[in-house]
Design a protein around this ligand. Structure first.
Ligand SMILES: NC(=O)c1ccc[n+]([C@@H]2O[C@H](COP(=O)([O-])OP(=O)(O)OC[C@H]3O[C@@H](n4cnc5c(N)ncnc54)[C@H](OP(=O)(O)O)[C@@H]3O)[C@@H](O)[C@H]2O)c1
Length: 319
């Protein structure tokens, strides 16, 4: 099969496509033909080998000291089951599934193997691109806003980085929950974030987020430019500061109204997001669709920090 390989930590051009043996599913695994996979901020961090301050030694111990342990990156995908292991029950070839591969990565390839408990059925009404696009930003935004922020109707929510993968999903989830959404983005993305449900929008070039003279029930930082001390000034006395990007120190000392950490990958959350997509309460925001051959271009765009929503790669050439 063809797959994108990052054999070294390095710049976007260090990722290239080559062929390798198609994996065989172990008895408790399925083999999935990947129809669409997202190229995410996590993929770009893993490719570059750079992580928020303090995390690099830990992350490299987990993902590879001198180079990515699994050179095939990519985690969020949607595809078709083509083979099942001997011990698999309840999944058969031909079924459409989507999910996240976690630390195993491996989604930027024509095929991947995965345990069935990490995938869910893709509803027929949701296409592969939308399913792959929703996983990363959607599940992270859901975890932070709903689980850590106790998001509910009537709240005021500030989303910093509203045009990114996490931000576009956070704006929609908060809006759909009945919250009043304030977005921080640049002028060029104003119309987009308004269309997603933001009613108040700040261009950070004109007003840096930390200078917004207002307080919110939830502040969700997806950029990493709000310190806990600055963020506390932006929340109401009972408010919550949610840091999707935080240094190791900030993560370790986060308590009370300040919350940080890694979002889990839960099939129940994928199902929730897919159902919201199916019902039209949520939409994917896909900036570009590319072939696997353009993987380095995709990585460069993600690493630019300017990506809007998601970038999707199609590992198979159109048939
Ligand atoms: N804690 C967790 O579990 C977890 C999970 C997933 C991701 N993350 C982290 O969350 C971060 C965001 O991920 P993502 O996928 O949303 O990234 P992304 O899609 O690459 O974000 C890019 C967006 O950020 C906007 N942006 C850049 N600088 C900004 C600023 N100063 N103010 C406001 N917006 C700004 C850009 O808009 P403009 O071009 O308009 O500036 C662009 O649309 C990453 O660092 C990722 O590693 C954490």
């Amino acid at each position: 099969m063809r797959a994108a390989f990052a054999h070294q930590y390095g710049p976007p051009q260090s990722v290239s496509v080559s062929t390798t043996a198609t994996p065989h599913p172990a008895p408790h695994e399925i083999l999935v033909k990947v129809q669409a996979a997202s190229v995410t901020a996590a993929d770009a961090r893993l490719r570059a080998g750079t992580f928020p301050p303090g995390f690099t030694p830990i992350a490299r111990a987990v993902f590879g000291i001198t180079r990515p342990r699994n050179p095939i990156l990519g985690s969020s995908f949607s595809g078709i089951v083509v083979k099942v292991g001997d011990k698999i029950q309840g999944l058969t070839p031909g079924q459409e599934v989507c999910g996240m591969t976690g630390m195993a990565m491996g989604a930027h390839a024509e095929f991947l193997t995965i345990k069935p408990e990490k995938v869910t059925h893709k509803p027929a009404e949701v296409n592969h691109d939308d399913a792959a696009a929703i996983m990363f930003g959607g599940s992270t935004a859901l975890y932070f806003l709903r689980d850590l922020g106790n998001l509910h109707s009537g709240m005021s929510v500030l989303v910093n980085g509203a045009s990114g993968d996490l931000g576009t999903q956070a704006v929609q989830l908060a809006h759909h929950a009945g919250a009043r959404v304030t977005a921080v983005t640049s002028a060029v993305n104003t119309d987009l974030v308004r269309s997603l449900g933001a009613t108040s929008i700040h261009d950070y070039h004109a007003t840096p987020v930390t200078e917004i003279n207002e307080q919110f029930d939830i502040v969700f930082d997806t950029v990493g430019n709000i310190s806990p001390r600055q963020g506390k000034k932006l929340i109401t006395p009972d408010g919550t500061l949610l840091l999707a990007v935080a240094s190791l120190r900030e993560t370790l000392i986060a308590r009370g109204q300040v919350k940080a950490g890694a979002a889990p990958e839960r099939v129940g959350d994928f199902d929730y997001l897919l159902e919201q997509l199916r019902q039209g309460h949520l939409r994917s925001v896909i900036e570009q669709r590319m072939t696997l051959d353009d993987i380095a271009i995709a990585h460069a765009r993600v690493s630019s920090g300017r990506k809007v929503g998601s970038i999707i790669v199609h590992p198979h050439h159109a048939e």
